[in-house]
Design a protein around this ligand. Structure first.
Ligand code: DX5
Ligand code: ZN
Length: 218
């Protein structure tokens, strides 16, 4: 079964609460929270994403899928622990050693938060193999992280295929999430390659019919 995680990155402040409500009615499976620190990527969305996540917690029981595009992973995890997210994903590019990764993984485990590990388009997928046995989800970035509304980079689909093969070969139980430039056409490619969670921002939130868009993706 494929699930849809709606990125709330590009939602207008004035319409935010209403939009969150409508997304729940339209049956998004997750809210995808894009936390950026102005260092790992140019934009800084920390304050706004935290406000949005708190608003969502007030009106919805749907799970939060937190995507950290930050250098200081631990500090940002601490920020989200009180919100009881379903999963938190951090980038392999920001990890300096396996020990550091295991510390982060333990922090998430102790707080019953599922573990996601992300790779950028230019990073070799093999970089994450060593940590996959600890992860619940692998996030393959299908655009260079930093902003919504970009075009999917076709080469990233091949990475999903390679990852899926590796997961099958090693009999791992891991979700594969894709993020960036997902629409009804690219969703097809990502699903065929083995992805089972699709993050979509503008494709869903720029429409006036969220339900139709989410169903099309599935
Ligand atoms: C990119 C973010 C994505 C992105 C998705 O840095 O991680 O979640 O905002 O937005 P769309 O679907 O518009 O590419
Ligand atoms: Zn994201």
């Amino acid at each position: 079964m494929v699930e849809v995680s709606t990125s709330i990155l590009s939602i207008d402040k004035e319409k935010a609460v209403r939009t969150f409500y409508d997304l729940e009615v339209a049956k998004t499976d997750y809210f995808h929270i894009d936390v950026m620190d102005g260092k790992f990527v140019e934009k800084n969305t920390r304050k706004q994403m935290k406000e949005y996540a708190l608003e969502i917690k007030h009106i919805s029981n749907l799970p939060l899928d937190v995507h950290l595009m930050v250098e200081d992973i631990k500090k940002n995890i601490e920020d989200y622990i009180p919100l009881e997210p379903d999963r938190i994903t951090f980038h392999i590019e920001t990890i300096k050693s396996k020990e550091e990764a295991l510390e982060i993984i333990n922090l998430l485990r102790e707080n019953n938060i599922k573990i996601g590990i992300a790779v950028n388009p230019e990073t070799d997928i093999k970089e994450m193999y060593d940590l996959l046995e600890y992860a619940h989800m692998a996030l393959v970035m299908t655009v260079v992280p930093g902003k919504g509304g970009q075009k999917l980079i076709p080469e990233t689909i091949k990475k999903v295929e390679v990852l899926k093969e590796y997961i099958n070969l090693h009999d791992l139980d891991i979700d594969i999430e894709v993020d960036g430039g997902i629409n009804e056409e690219t969703a097809e490619l990502a699903k065929d390659a083995g992805a089972n969670i699709l993050v979509a921002g503008t494709y869903i939130t720029s429409s006036d019919n969220f339900k139709e868009r989410i169903e099309k993706l599935k």
